[in-house]
Ligand binder design. Structure first.
Ligand code: FPP
Length: 241
């Protein structure tokens, strides 16, 4: 029997295009990020009814520190404000929030906001929302390898997987990137080895439930072979062997 993968349990999203969305409207880039938070709320709310149980989003990369200082501080403010405003609703909706990434370089205010939000939502189980913040896939792999080396643990695929920051959940089934760019940009480099990739031309603030459904429909048409052949998956290999 071919494995059924019609619904992704874990989707990961590169929320690209906020800056262009704002520029097209002669607005400061930060207005695009604010609108991006609204989109994120809509998409997170839409996931449980679509049987998605984990969403991982790329909110601030290790490289985003290189952006203009006002955009970086604007993103930090947006995060702090979104947390103080949204955690009660996430609580009501059963969403467990986790922040994935280095805490180095974050202000005491932001760090406390992340810790409080994680603690407040720790017992929720309807949906896991992993927010990659000050995160890079290379950082994650290098940090995990250094930790294993320091403890004298042999580095194998299994031990490295278990040392990564997303070891608590399954790998993403589907990666969605908006904004018409077709690259991973240092997002979940290890975990996306067999993820299906979907690129949307929409800018993230314009992404909505219909766009999510289009991505899910596309995903349902994919055959996930994980290195095997179609015949092996459909059980025809024995006949041919
Ligand atoms: C990429 O668009 C987006 C980001 C770097 C930030 C994404 C953040 C949000 C959607 C807000 C949610 C954030 C938090 C803090 C929870 P871009 O700025 O690279 O857009 P561009 O490619 O059009 O310039």
């Amino acid at each position: 029997m071919a494995e059924q993968h019609s619904v992704p349990r874990h989707i990961a999203i590169v929320m690209d295009g906020n800056g262009r969305w704002a520029s097209k409207r002669f607005l400061p880039r930060i207005a695009g990020h604010n609108k991006g938070v609204e989109t994120l709320k809509r998409i997170v709310s839409a996931c449980p009814s679509r049987k998605i149980d984990t969403v991982t989003v790329f909110a601030f990369s290790s490289e985003n520190w290189n952006r203009p200082v006002e955009e970086v501080s604007g993103l930090m403010d947006i995060l702090a404000m979104a947390l103080s405003r949204e955690v009660p609703k996430l609580q009501r909706d059963g969403v467990r929030l986790r922040f994935i990434g280095s805490r180095e370089g974050l202000s005491a205010r932001v760090k406390k906001g992340l810790e409080d939000a994680e603690a407040a939502t720790a017992s929720n189980s309807v949906l896991s929302l992993n927010v990659c913040f000050n995160y890079g896939g290379r950082w994650d792999i290098a940090t995990a390898a250094a930790r294993l080396a320091a403890s004298g643990t042999p580095i194998t695929e299994e031990s490295l997987s278990q040392a990564l920051s997303l070891a608590f959940c399954s790998d993403p089934d589907l990666v969605i990137r908006t904004g018409h760019e077709m690259r991973l940009s240092n997002f979940l480099l290890w975990q996306t080895a067999y993820s299906e990739l979907y690129f949307s031309e929409l800018l993230w603030p314009d992404f909505d439930e219909a766009a999510l459904d289009a991505a899910l429909l596309d995903y349902a048409s994919r055959e996930r072979r994980f290195g095997k052949t179609s015949d092996q998956l459909s059980g025809n290999s024995a006949a041919k062997a």
